[in-house]
Design a protein around this ligand. Structure first.
Ligand code: FPP
Length: 247
């Protein structure tokens, strides 16, 4: 599909019914590589190209928040060579996209156990986050060394300490107070969660935040995912009726 056709596809979207926050579980890089008898790392390389394309598409369409599950707490258990390759790709992405984020008014944000990332990755991450801090066109939120259960444990510990120190009264704990103690305190809950490569699982992603999120699972492997399919998923989302448990 050429770029004219794609931009006209953007026009098929109703700007009033766009999801404000899209979250994506980017799965299938390994399978993509295996199908081609390539090393898994090649799959991650192609996967980072898809990241670039989808970030651009979101900015063009007018999505306010895009959260990408780039590395989970469980991913540390992968072979060392794969972890190193993923960290290298992440660092490259942050370095190469910094200018594009500045030019396109994109703010970089990160959630997860950032302190577990290698120092050289943390440095480029913090630099890009600081440089883009004032941008308000879109927030690109990377989930890095992220796990939903670890996030909930962190929240419970923080609230328990405040309760012990008489800063919070346990009887007055509300869902809002819980949200304020999660990594995503500055970000609204996702409206739409997309998972590529067909698995019907949440995989420890944004457990609290997706309570009322619309879910879309596509069989497409992440390296094969592109803006045309993304637009079709947004069109599908726009047909849905969100009831939040009401009639
Ligand atoms: C899942 O594929 C993907 C990941 C574990 C990491 C996602 C990383 C990228 C898309 C590239 C780097 C990220 C950025 C932000 C530049 P998988 O390996 O689990 O695939 P499989 O289930 O087919 O084995």
């Amino acid at each position: 599909m050429n770029s004219n056709t794609s931009s006209s596809a953007y026009k098929d979207l109703d700007p009033a019914k766009l999801p404000s926050h899209v979250a994506i579980i980017m799965d299938g890089n390994g399978r993509w590589a295996k199908k081609r008898l390539l090393n898994r790392i090649k799959g991650h390389e192609r996967g980072s190209e898809t990241v670039r394309a989808i970030v651009r598409a979101c900015r063009k369409i007018g999505i306010s928040y895009l959260t990408l599950y780039a590395f989970s707490t469980e991913n540390w258990q992968r072979p060392r060579s794969e972890v190193t390759a993923l960290m290298t790709l992440l660092k490259k992405f942050l370095e190469s996209e910094q200018k594009e984020m500045l030019d396109n008014n994109i703010r970089l944000y990160a959630i997860g156990q950032i302190e577990r990332l290698p120092k050289n990755v943390r440095q480029v991450l913090y630099k890009a986050m600081t440089l883009t801090k004032k941008n308000n066109g879109m927030i690109l939120n990377l989930a890095l060394s992220y796990g939903g259960r670890a996030e909930i444990v962190k929240m419970v510990k923080e609230i328990a300490i405040k309760a012990k120190d008489d800063i919070i009264d346990p009887d007055s704990i509300t869902p809002e107070i819980i949200s304020e103690h999660l990594y995503t305190s500055e970000i609204p809950d996702p409206d739409l969660l997309i998972r590529t490569s067909g698995e019907m699982r949440i995989s420890n992603f944004l457990l609290w935040q997706i309570a009322y999120t619309e879910i879309y699972v596509t069989d497409t492997l992440w390296p094969d995912f592109g803006k045309d399919e993304f637009v079709r998923i947004l069109q599908d989302y726009q047909q849905r009726e969100r009831r939040y448990g009401k009639v």
